[in-house]
Design a protein around this ligand. Structure first.
Ligand code: 4AD
Length: 462
């Protein structure tokens, strides 16, 4: 007899057929003659109820089963007389696989705060909320691949270790095998990286973009989806030091095509989750963010507003609102500004384009005004920036001067410049922070609660 997942069992028609279930006990109700167990195996939010008739069988010591214990049971699947479930299992055999002594098992039946659960990240997936978050996360990553594969994009695995800074912001973690207590020095007392593992300075990547661009120049439409690292000291609910990023890159594509793609892609993944994670989404709708299902549906059915950065600044100045950080042309939008644009003014997603070149990365295409670049950020209500992208500078001389102006080392980018030397074409792409997407879809307030083991300043536990 095959062991089935609880999710499958709960939707089968009961006909007193024998089934095997394995899972972790969520609750137990015990009386003189019988006991009820609620078992969960992570396949769904729902538990299966196990009915134990003590008079019929000689079960192992039931008192050893407490919340968190793992249990194997075999019995008949029958229609349940209870109101909360259609089927239940009447146990014929039952075995405790692993006990979870109630005296020190940290997850009790009461509600625990998300802060507390972060300290036991190795166990928190056994709660309803984290189980649901991780199932939705799984579905979203599948939807990402499905979208790109269906649209003839090729998946490229870009390196984690790199010698170039993609964003040019200097927020990288260094990778070295040198003994930090005995660093070799050059004659002029600088660290001599020729002795290091790679023979030069190396870091964890902040983005796979530069590498994936090389593939767009050969394979056409490509994407990378992998971990990225930022050593920025941001202790916010939207920043992680290690996060996953989805980065499509399209050749023969300008900023308009880039915006169309970003909008189409977001709508696809949102629709996918609403269709395939109904139970978990109903949970978020009820307990985490009321109305989130309707909210996501309205995004799917709306057209994203498209405005330039200059228009956005004008609208913010004209709003008459008192912002904590007063805005003026040349400065980056803060989350309060993003909130005003998406939640009050446009009441939906907004794509802001053509930012001042000084506040954007060196690789973005310079506009004819010589002041702004063809950047595009997608802002959404509740969260703010979810996507950052641009048309790329594909002219060799302009790119070189931008690299120099940014104070970057020209030699580190020789291969990236080569793409502009040989068969250069207009191309564009964007990056979607995967955890921001999971946050947006589930309504979870803190980004640290949508990744299995969050890394942030002062924390690399687990
Ligand atoms: O705007 P960013 O920095 O863009 C890039 O890295 C480009 N190379 C992408 C590209 O064009 N291929 O980051 C892109 C997205 C942001 O919009 C945000 O969703 C997410 O990555 N992000 C973060 N997510 C979590 N924690 C952080 N510290 C993040 N920094 C950026």
């Amino acid at each position: 007899m095959s062991t089935k997942k609880i999710k499958e069992i709960l939707v089968t028609t009961p006909s007193d057929q024998a089934v095997i279930v394995q899972g972790w006990c969520r609750t137990k109700r015990d009386s003189k003659n019988h006991a009820f167990l609620e078992l969960n195996d992570g396949s769904s939010l729902k538990n299966i109820q196990i009915f134990i008739d003590k008079s019929k069988h000689d079960f192992e010591d039931l008192s050893k089963i407490s919340t968190g214990a793992s249990v194997w049971t075999k019995g008949l699947l029958v229609e349940s007389p209870g109101q909360n479930q259609a089927v239940e299992l009447h146990a014929d055999e039952l075995a405790i696989i692993g006990e979870a002594p109630a005296a020190d098992y940290p997850l009790q039946k009461k509600r625990h705060s998300f802060e507390f659960l972060r300290d036991i990240a190795h166990l928190r997936t056994r709660t309803n909320t984290f189980g649901a978050v991780m199932r939705v996360r799984n579905a979203l990553s599948y939807a990402v691949h499905q979208y790109f594969q269906n649209n003839s994009f090729q998946y490229v695995h870009t390196p984690i270790i790199t010698a170039s800074d993609c964003e040019g912001a200097g927020e990288m973690f260094q990778v070295t095998t040198m003994d930090l207590n005995k660093l070799p020095l050059t004659e002029d007392k600088q660290i001599d990286y020729s002795h290091d593992f790679f023979g030069k300075e190396a870091h964890l990547t902040v983005s796979g973009q530069l590498n994936v661009e090389t593939y767009a120049m050969a394979l056409g439409d490509v994407y990378t989806f992998g971990p990225t690292f930022r050593a920025e000291n941001s202790n916010t609910s939207r920043h992680l030091a290690e996060f996953w990023m989805i980065e499509p890159e399209m050749s023969f594509c300008d900023i308009e095509g880039n915006m169309d793609r970003a909008e189409d892609f977001l709508k696809f993944v949102l629709s996918y989750v609403l269709e395939n994670c109904q139970e978990d989404m109903a949970f978020f709708n009820q307990w985490i963010e009321k109305g989130i299902i309707d909210n996501l549906k309205s995004v799917i059915n709306s057209e994203f507003h498209r405005i330039s950065y200059t228009e956005a600044i004008d609208q913010l100045l004209a709003s008459g609102k008192k912002f904590e950080f007063p805005i003026k042309w040349g400065e980056d939008l803060q989350s309060e500004h993003e909130k005003y644009l998406t939640e009050e003014l446009y009441k939906g997603p907004v794509i802001v384009t053509d930012y001042p070149k000084e506040i954007k990365a060196f690789y973005m295409k310079l506009n004819d005004d010589n002041k702004t670049v063809r950047a595009m950020d997608v802002l959404v209500p509740r969260l703010g920036e979810i996507i950052g992208g641009s048309e790329r500078e594909w002219d060799y001389d302009k790119l070189l001067s931008r690299i120099k102006a940014a104070g970057l080392n020209e030699e580190d980018y020789w291969w990236y410049l080569d793409l502009r030397k040989y068969g250069s074409v207009p191309h564009s792409g964007f990056g979607l922070g995967f955890e921001r997407l999971v946050q947006y879809v589930t309504g979870m307030q803190n980004i640290r609660d949508v990744i299995p083991f969050p890394r942030y300043p002062g924390n690399a536990e687990f």
